[in-house]
Design a protein around this ligand. Structure first.
Ligand SMILES: C[S@@+](CC[C@H](N)C(=O)[O-])C[C@H]1O[C@@H](n2cnc3c(N)ncnc32)[C@H](O)[C@@H]1O
Length: 313
């Protein structure tokens, strides 16, 4: 594990560019012209259109250019958020306030990190890309509200990191009070969800910006659609999911091929979990029979009625 220490040297911001017409960083060239940006955030049930502030765009590009021309890496799902209103929505949805401990996975240029820090949170940010980890560390080198860990989140031991962060900052460990707020790389979202949702003893809420299709599938509690999957049983076992807002793909740079959405999981504590003698065998059974699940098996009282059978499995 590499823990990045603050360096006091200022970041050499070098290029200021116009808002993106295309999606490639290499297409960004300085231009004196300024025009309104067509990016929007779409909110389900409460239609609203907000223009991206040019500063959001420029600060992202400045960050990306600050350590040489860093090309976003597709393999790391690097689609940066250009719209600070959406970052503010993420923080509002999570109800982040002064002194909250927040885990951010993939801080990238630090756009969301900035909103979290401004809300008074103590942030632990895990970034796999060494270039971006260093960049975000340098951007916030004057604050003690941030710890940057250069690690692959899917492989790191987040509980021990959080514990030592709390101890170092002389903060009381308040079980179940930490939060997760993240604009996740789409390619690791399922893995991250599987890792985080059973951690109700540490986190109260997990608020993620995911691929829209994934978010609406995970929030689906109807049990009676063909889309219902073992992952839905897992999600509802450990949490109460809630689909929040759709976020248009035009808000990201580079622009992905799909839209995104904000989803909130309120994590259950173990006393709230459905009663099973062995969670391991419960979930192996769910996976084993997933292809033959029928609508009647997945009835509303699924957990209550089937517990006896599941216990004997
Ligand atoms: C979708 S970008 C979001 C960046 C930034 N939070 C924003 O909103 O603009 C995803 C970020 O996650 C990082 N990342 C990708 N895979 C990761 C992993 N396994 N563990 C930690 N960070 C990862 C990427 O390098 C990138 O910075």
């Amino acid at each position: 594990m590499l823990v990045l220490r603050p360096t006091r040297s200022p970041s050499p911001y070098s290029v200021s560019c116009s808002p993106p017409r295309g999606t490639l960083l290499s297409s960004l060239v300085p231009t004196p012209r300024r025009r309104p940006l067509p990016f929007v955030v779409a909110c389900a049930g409460q239609p609203e259109v907000r223009r991206i502030c040019e500063d959001d765009y420029h600060s992202t590009v400045r960050s990306l250019n600050s350590r040489g021309r860093h090309k976003p890496r597709k393999s790391l799902g690097q689609h940066y958020m250009l719209n600070s209103s959406i970052n503010e929505e993420l923080v509002n949805v999570a109800g982040v306030g002064e002194g909250d401990v927040v885990l951010e996975i993939g801080p990238g240029t630090g756009a969301l990190t900035n909103v979290l820090i401004n809300a008074g949170a103590m942030v632990v940010a895990v970034e796999k890309d060494p270039h971006m980890a260093l960049l975000v560390q340098e951007r916030f080198n004057s604050t003690d509200q941030l710890l940057v860990l250069q690690e692959d989140f899917t492989k790191c031991h987040i509980c021990s990191h959080l514990t030592s962060f709390l101890e170092k900052n002389h903060m009381e460990t308040r079980p179940t009070s930490a939060k997760v707020v993240s604009n996740l790389p789409f390619n690791i979202s399922t893995e991250v969800i599987k890792q985080l949702l059973p951690m109700g003893d540490i986190f109260s809420d997990v608020v993620l910006l995911l691929q829209e299709e994934t978010a609406s599938r995970l929030a689906d509690c109807s049990l009676r659609t063909p889309e219902y999957r073992p992952i839905n049983i897992f999600v509802q076992f450990y949490s109460d999911p809630e689909y929040k807002f759709k976020v248009e793909r035009t808000n990201f740079f580079p622009q992905p091929n799909v839209d995104a959405a904000i989803i909130k999981f309120r994590l259950k504590q173990s006393a709230e979990y459905p009663l099973v003698t062995s969670r391991k065998s419960f979930f192996s059974m769910v996976c084993l029979h997933s292809s033959t699940f029928s609508v009647s098996f997945l009835s509303k009282s699924f957990f209550q009625e089937r517990m006896v059978e599941l216990q004997d499995y």
